[in-house]
Design a binder for this molecule. Structure first.
Ligand SMILES: O=P(O)(O)OC[C@H]1O[C@H](O[C@H]2O[C@H](CO)[C@@H](O)[C@H](O)[C@H]2O)[C@H](O)[C@@H](O)[C@@H]1O
Ligand SMILES: O=c1ccn([C@@H]2O[C@H](COP(=O)(O)OP(=O)(O)O)[C@@H](O)[C@H]2O)c(=O)[nH]1
Length: 448
């Protein structure tokens, strides 16, 4: 069997290659445990660059994976990553066309960086390789590789939602972008809705391609083990002591407007206002590491969240109780696993999300004799698989408030019954089955 060549913008940072770096890297790392793999992408570094600058590929071998990364210049990082990928494609794919800041010159940089990825990857390819490209940063990479004569099987997986064509066409040259996707032998998305939207787009534009559903998962066995074993870690013990036996609510999300954090804070504020019996008797930890902090919408969101957390803590806090513990720095995933296990309730309320691995991690981390309650948005990609959670519309603060009250007062029998229905899918659809199903489809579509 030849190598698997994975290409994604985000590759785990060198010092954290055995650790996490957001959902895409977390799932891929769990999936790439066997066989020989090359993982190509951005190093996470920006350099000054100059006319004719050509980045070196740096190689690093860890276990069965060779990481091959390139630096981007400040201008490439700005135009390709911040502006076009995260200032245009991200909001549009999360149904927020109003947040899109389109500028034709960023589209050119996006195309150029995709062409650069293709040029830098080409000499690393070997006969028998199968290439698997990931996410919206790299929609046209398959076509760029074909233009250089690559005949290997190439698959593409989109980790974020794909909107209806009526929305997608707000992107200038969206039809051209879809046309480049004919280069792929297999196209994967997270949910049936995403596949329907993308396939409608293909047929309207007249593109011969078809998206299929491959929902992503986690490594539940390892995660459950980490959650249990970590309970003796000094930081986990400290957290537990600080709760003094109070019920504990947790939220874990990159600081991103798609995650619905502001609406969630409003829901929690409404909960404290409408259910005063819980004031001072519950703890809520929101982990919200800063993400894409130089994109203006993300900066504005941070200001709004700081203000909302300050307002809620100022209004409802007492000298011995803080309503929201709010962190904007990351917590290592191994610690998070045990934090989830301590939590009686998880709030996962995105306005729109590709999958949301946190929802699956929370279920995997629970003690099956005494599981906590997952409150989940209808608009997470995980929702169709996890409807036994307490489902909410995140736009309705009262619905979040009612769900919190219900979760905190739910009898143990109902908690167990709901968890018993959630758990099998988290174990069945894992990072490994996701990768296996996709790679099998790719090998069948075009044998290497
Ligand atoms: O690389 P960043 O800009 O720091 O962002 C982190 C990742 O965010 C997005 O993750 C998505 O992938 C998850 C796994 O499939 C999925 O559960 C989640 O819903 C998505 O938002 C993004 O798609 C990745 O490319 C980023 O690396
Ligand atoms: O402080 C943090 C916050 C998040 N995560 C991990 O980052 C991933 C986030 O993936 P998800 O699919 O929920 O969302 P994304 O950030 O990819 O949009 C999950 O594995 C989290 O456990 C982490 O390790 N530390």
């Amino acid at each position: 069997m030849g190598r698997l060549v994975v290409v994604s913008n985000r590759v785990p940072a060198a010092q954290g290659r055995l650790q996490s770096a957001g959902g895409l890297a977390v799932a891929l790392r769990a999936a790439l445990k066997e066989g020989s793999c090359l993982w190509f992408g951005w190093s996470g570094r920006q350099v000054a660059g100059h006319d004719g600058y050509d980045p070196e590929v740096s190689l690093d071998e860890v276990g069965n994976v060779t990481y091959a990364t390139i630096d981007l210049t400040h201008a490439e990082y700005d135009g390709f990553y911040q502006k076009y990928s995260n200032g245009i494609l991200w909001p549009l794919c999360h149904y927020r066309a109003g947040l899109m800041n389109y500028d034709r010159k960023d589209q050119k940089i996006y195309q150029d960086v995709n062409a650069l990825f293709a040029r830098k990857l080409l000499p690393l390819l070997q006969p028998g390789d199968r290439i698997w490209i990931h996410d919206y940063h790299l929609f046209p990479l398959g076509q760029a590789l074909r233009d250089l004569g690559v005949t290997a099987p190439i698959g593409f997986f989109l980790h974020i939602p794909f909107p209806p064509w009526s929305l997608m066409r707000a992107l200038p040259h969206a039809d051209g972008l879809l046309r480049t996707m004919q280069a792929y032998d297999v196209i994967g998305v997270q949910t049936e809705d995403d596949a329907r939207n993308m396939n409608d787009g293909f047929s309207i534009v007249g593109v011969e391609a078809k998206a299929r559903v491959f929902p992503i998962g986690i490594d539940p066995e390892n995660f459950a083990k980490q959650a249990e074993e970590g309970l003796t870690h000094p930081d986990v013990k400290k957290l537990k002591e600080s709760l003094s036996g109070k019920p504990f609510i947790i939220g874990v999300d990159r600081l991103d407007y798609s995650k619905g954090l502001l609406a969630r804070f409003k829901g929690y504020e409404t909960f404290l206002a409408r259910y005063p019996e819980h004031r001072g008797k519950v703890d809520y930890l929101q982990v919200a590491p800063v993400s894409r902090g130089n994109v203006p919408e993300y900066r504005a969101l941070r200001r709004d969240l700081d203000e909302a957390a300050g307002r809620i803590n100022g209004t409802y806090g007492t000298y011995d109780w803080t309503p929201i513990r709010y962190l904007t720095h990351p917590v290592p995933r191994a610690l998070l696993a045990s934090f989830y296990r301590l939590a009686d309730v998880a709030l996962v309320t995105p306005l729109r999300d590709g999958m949301n691995l946190v929802a699956k991690e929370y279920v995997a981390a629970q003690d099956k004799a005494d599981p906590g309650v997952l409150i989940l948005s209808h608009f997470a990609g995980a929702a169709p698989e996890m409807e036994s959670a307490l489902m909410v519309n995140p736009h309705d603060a009262d619905e979040i408030a009612d769900a919190l009250h219900k979760a905190l007062t739910m009898p143990a029998g109902e908690r167990r019954a709901r968890w018993d229905l959630l758990e099998p899918d988290v174990w069945r659809v894992t990072a490994v089955t996701w990768a296996y199903n996709f790679i099998t489809a790719l090998s069948e579509a075009r044998p290497a």
